[in-house]
Design a protein around this ligand. Structure first.
Ligand code: SF4
Ligand code: SF4
Length: 300
């Protein structure tokens, strides 16, 4: 079985996801990244990033993220509509003698520029979000945010994840995914080595878990579940996991102190030995899971 520190040193990517917000996804992400000490935390919840509120990093880099979108020179365009027919995303329309470009649905593939026989199309930059990179007590913090009014999260997430490889030192990477199971979640987990599903012990929690579980199954991602805010009563989420053979890696009890620290924007693993031990133990379980599954894979 590979050594645990080896696994951590190989830029192991752990995605933390949940069917909806408020299940403890960010709590797990920031505390695991803090327990790992030398780590990278990536906030892919680009519609509403909040990991930085816990880490309070000193930002070293703050930059704009942009994509290329087409622009047309009406003097060169002869209205042949080849670009309109080519665009599979319906981002172009020829209306009243003019080429209309719908920026929000353009996927920046560049195809229309190539196909235009009149060379009437060129590209321009369109700002879609911001990227911030900073440090907080040994954790590299990366946070992305979509620009208000722009519905393009994927380029922001791609830029965030591509920046992970820019660190010279090799550290485990914790990806705090957007809630739900939409395309921006798929983008966030696509390169993950392991997925941790945060869930709550209720009927709604079971339903939310079902959604993200279907997603990680679809992507054939190794995964396990952490049930948060557990109380001493029957738990539909746990029953669902047991019925479907889903490993429950941890059951975190309902804990007023932990909830208070979290709602005050404090990182429990940094505040007390009790929580540091809890999240270090969870981290070790994740490493063991990955090591075990890697060993099983190598024997196949
Ligand atoms: S392909 Fe070029 S010339 Fe034809 S409609 Fe599009 S922009 Fe105009
Ligand atoms: S760049 Fe691609 S997606 Fe965007 S308008 Fe042109 S063909 Fe359509």
């Amino acid at each position: 079985m590979p050594d645990l520190t080896d696994m951590a040193a190989k830029n192991l990517k752990i995605a933390i996801l949940s069917g909806k917000g408020g299940t403890g996804k960010t709590l797990l992400s920031v505390n695991l990244a803090s327990a790992a000490i030398d780590s990278v935390y990536v906030d892919c919840d680009v519609e509403e990033p909040n990991g930085h509120l816990f880490f309070k990093p000193k930002w070293n880099i703050e930059t704009e993220i942009s994509v290329k979108i087409p622009q047309v020179d009406p003097h060169k365009c002869d209205g042949c509509k080849r670009c309109v027919e080519f665009c599979k995303f319906n981002a172009l329309a020829y209306i009243n003698g003019k080429l209309k470009i719908f920026d929000d649905v353009c996927h920046s593939c560049g195809g229309c520029q190539i196909i235009c026989p009149q060379r009437a199309i060129t590209e321009k930059d369109r700002a879609v979000g911001t990227l911030s990179i900073g440090d907080s007590e040994g954790v590299h913090v990366l946070s992305g945010m979509m620009k208000t009014g722009i519905a393009l999260g994927i380029p922001v997430i791609n830029e965030l994840l591509s920046q992970c490889g820019s660190f010279e030192d090799e550290r485990p990477i914790f990806i705090d995914c957007p809630p739900g199971s939409s395309c921006i979640v798929m983008e966030s987990i696509k390169d993950a080595d392991y997925c941790l599903l945060a869930a709550e012990p209720t009927m709604f929690g079971k339903h939310d878990l079902e959604m993200v579980w279907s997603l990680v199954e679809l992507f054939k991602k190794r995964h396990s579940v952490v049930i948060n805010k557990c109380v001493d009563q029957s738990d539909p989420t746990e029953e669902f996991c047991n019925e479907n053979g889903i490993k429950i890696l941890e059951k975190i009890p309902f804990d007023v102190e932990l909830g208070t620290l979290n709602s005050n924007g404090r990182i429990a693993a940094r505040e007390s030995k009790k929580y540091r031990d809890l999240f270090s133990s969870l981290l070790e379980k994740i490493y063991r899971e990955v090591s075990h599954e890697a060993a099983v894979d190598s024997e196949r």
